[in-house]
Design a protein around this ligand. Structure first.
Ligand SMILES: [Mg+2]
Length: 347
């Protein structure tokens, strides 16, 4: 579907592993004073300066988590960084370093890895992140990328999943379901292309949702916004597997129930129109579609005035006592039990 404009192909074997790493990383900058030593020794050295250190890792596998027939390598590199930063911001911490480990088969020339690293570098430059290490090796089939992100926070600022109280408000940033629908559009166009390669897809009506799928942004701005508003969430999580699944984590760990309202779920107009076209229920998409990388958090009810009306935030419901379970109030004012059926890469 996406044309390969890169005609030059350099075999990775020509460079060797050390040559490859230094070639791919030579233009990366160091942004954070906590980075004491980067790529050129046995270990990177980080000084947390009396703060807490947060660590998160994500592994992405070709054919399971991404499909290179519609995912440009530069976007893949960018997104692989975003999914990790998102987890750091979900703890109300500042992301500062990443390591990148990569396994590739010999079908990838150097130019392909340069594209991938261009995306990683764009993410690092945009979010002020230091690349401090990693590993590169060969795989017998396809590409695997594992990124680890490291962040820092003052102990008292860290927000866990287990602090929600029974009367807290439930708040979500941005809008939901776009990334999942973008994937549905890309999958459909891939099938059309396989039948007729001359058919050029017209994706103008889907630009927002495709961007949500191919180039998500981690919500670094939301913890900053909350600080400005003087609001400290009682619990927080990022929405990688779908709203229901993330609510389930908060409810289980905080030992509370929840009630959310169908008519409060934030949906982009393009999500609504594409749901109509695909004949899918937009509420299902908002609840179960993954990869939005928005933040879901709870705040004491006393903070209502600080949150309401903020264009970046939607109050979608409230927590309840644990014995009430997890429930959705429909537009018809019926209460139905929520299932934690998020995205599951094992299914
Ligand atoms: Mg997460």
């Amino acid at each position: 579907m996406l044309e390969d404009k890169n005609t030059e192909k350099t075999s990775l074997a020509e460079l060797g592993e050390f040559g490859l790493i230094s070639h791919l990383t030579k233009h990366f900058k160091i942004y954070n004073s906590t980075t004491k030593k980067g790529i050129d020794d046995d270990c990177a050295v980080i000084s947390a300066g009396g703060k807490e250190t947060l660590v998160t890792t994500d592994l992405l596998i070709e054919g399971v988590h991404f499909d290179l027939s519609y995912m440009p390598l530069k976007h893949l590199g960018y997104k692989a960084v975003m999914v990790n930063l998102s987890d750091v911001y979900a703890m109300n911490a500042k992301a500062e370093q990443i390591t990148v480990s990569l396994a590739v088969s010999n079908r990838f020339p150097l130019e392909a890895l340069e594209e991938l690293y261009a995306g990683i570098q764009l993410a690092c430059d945009t979010y002020k992140i230091d690349l401090i290490g990693g590993d590169t090796t060969s795989s017998t089939k396809g590409m695997l990328i594992s990124i680890t992100a490291i962040g820092i926070a003052d102990k008292e600022d860290i927000i866990y999943r287990n602090g929600a109280k029974a009367t807290d408000l439930i708040v979500v940033s941005g809008d939901l379901g776009g990334a999942y629908l973008g994937l549905q559009v890309l999958e459909r166009e891939k099938q059309v292309y396989q039948v007729n390669p001359k058919n050029q897809p017209d994706l103008d009506a889907y630009t927002y949702i495709i961007e949500r799928q191919l180039k998500p942004e981690a919500r670094k701005d939301i913890p900053e916004l909350l600080k400005e508003l003087g609001v400290k969430p009682t619990s927080m999580i990022d929405i990688s597997d779908g709203l229901s699944s993330e609510l389930f984590h908060i409810c289980t760990q905080s030992k509370v129930g929840c009630k959310i309202y169908e008519d409060k779920l934030p949906l982009d107009p393009q999500v609504i129109s594409t749901c109509e076209e695909f004949n899918i229920d937009s509420t299902m998409v908002a609840l179960s579609g993954g990869e939005d990388y928005e933040l879901l958090f709870t705040v004491p009810i006393s903070e209502f005035d600080k949150i309401k009306g903020n264009p970046n935030l939607s109050i979608i419901g409230h927590m309840t006592e644990e014995n009430q379970g997890m429930n959705l109030v429909t537009r018809a004012n019926q209460e139905i039990a929520l299932k934690a059926q998020g995205w599951n890469s094992f299914s």
